[in-house]
Design a protein around this ligand. Structure first.
Ligand SMILES: [Zn+2]
Ligand SMILES: [Zn+2]
Length: 256
């Protein structure tokens, strides 16, 4: 039987943008960690939204506090067998694959996630047209959708080349990509793709399309409240339906 070993994508009250704490994601770091411990997981990743997201993003000035809280909890939970990692779900904000973080932030992280979200501030006007206008408007008028898909795919590939991204979250959700090209780029750069339990992608259809590509996968919760930490039912069902090779899933192990 395959068993979940870790949840590599969870949010806390620090994902808040300019809003009050707790209006986007509900739990504290400690609550997510406690939930993971109760489930018997080996690893929990705290991965707030990147600072470029004006509604949900982490405030950079909160990072030391988050780090300290994680250090404090490590002393309690690491001897009990739970690894606590500081991650970040950075935003892709440029056509050239630019992310909303710099090396100073990356150096503080244990693991780097990256996703595309509406509401992350684009780097420049051209990028705004390319990534945001095209993808949104493309949906309405149809004819530009292929163009938008090409643009997003190239941006993802460039981001993987430029940054040490460990996991791409919900690839293809919110903006479509050529998933085979993204998966091939991910293999080359040793990046994993996420089977989201919150968003549609990777979908059963996408998983079938990349079945023959040996890309690493994670099935994560993308929990925005402690009750959902480790809840990967939706992702797991998609993986089962697509009949993927579970040895590719990095956060599951086989146990007799
Ligand atoms: Zn996301
Ligand atoms: Zn997320």
């Amino acid at each position: 039987m395959y068993k979940l070993t870790g949840d590599f994508h969870t949010h806390t009250i620090y994902s808040r943008g300019y809003k009050k704490k707790g209006t986007h994601a509900k739990g504290t770091i400690q609550e997510n960690v406690e939930a993971a411990y109760r489930l018997g997981l080996d690893t929990i990743v705290l991965s707030e939204h990147g600072p470029g997201h004006y509604l949900y993003g982490l405030r950079v000035k909160d990072l030391p506090q988050i780090r300290n809280e994680i250090m404090r909890l490590r002393e309690i939970y690491e001897p009990k067998g739970l690894k606590i990692l500081l991650g970040l779900e950075s935003n892709i904000v440029g056509l050239d694959g630019e992310l909303d973080i710099d090396d100073k932030i990356i150096d503080q992280l244990d693991i780097l996630l990256m996703g595309y979200h509406y509401g992350a501030t684009p780097v420049g006007f051209t990028d705004a047209v390319g990534l945001y206008w095209t993808t949104q408007i493309g949906k309405l008028i149809g004819s530009r959708e292929d163009h938008a898909r090409d643009i997003m795919t190239q941006a993802y590939l460039k981001a993987m080349e430029r940054y040490p991204i460990d996991i791409i979250t919900h690839p293809g959700s919110k903006a479509k990509v050529h998933i085979r090209e993204v998966a091939e780029g991910a293999v080359k750069t040793n990046t994993a793709l996420e089977i989201s339990s919150k968003h549609d992608e990777l979908s059963v259809e996408s998983l079938k399309l990349i079945k023959d590509i040996d890309v690493k996968l994670y099935i994560d919760s993308d929990a925005h409240e402690p009750e959902r930490v480790g809840d990967i039912v939706k992702g797991l069902n998609k993986a089962l339906e697509a009949d993927i090779d579970f040895s590719r899933v990095q956060n599951m192990i086989w146990e007799d």
